[in-house]
Write a protein that binds this ligand. Structure first.
Ligand SMILES: [Zn+2]
Length: 117
């Protein structure tokens, strides 16, 4: 028989708040080591699960331009009378254009604005 790792086999631990003693939460006073998962294992599982969730959410695709001109243009697209499908396509074009050129040029802006009429 192995002794409880929390209380050392006493079945009781010091209460850090009141100064007295209380029943060991790990072995419930038996002093014997139990095979239940320890608290830190539960925390570890939760932490790794959280990390996996964060990792999965990270590579989300951009849905809106990042440059000033691109944002202005995309706002005009959204405010236009085009269909939602056409708007989504144009916004996607703006994002891709500024992604490869670093900004939205006057030529590109004019080209997009033509399609808004
Ligand atoms: Zn114990």
């Amino acid at each position: 028989m192995e002794s409880c790792r929390v209380c050392g086999g006493d079945g009781r631990i010091k209460n850090s708040f009141g100064g007295g003693e209380k029943t060991c939460p790990a072995c419930h006073g038996t002093g014997r080591r139990v095979e239940e998962p320890l608290f830190r294992d539960v925390t570890k599982t939760k932490a790794s699960h959280h990390a996996a969730t964060t990792k999965a959410a990270a590579p989300a695709k951009a849905t809106w331009p990042t440059t000033h001109d691109g944002t202005t243009l995309a706002t005009e697209v959204k405010a236009s009378g085009l269909s939602e499908e056409a708007k989504t396509r144009l916004v996607r074009e703006i994002i891709e254009y500024e992604g490869s050129h670093g900004k939205c040029t006057q030529t590109f802006t004019k080209k997009v604005r033509k399609q808004l009429r």
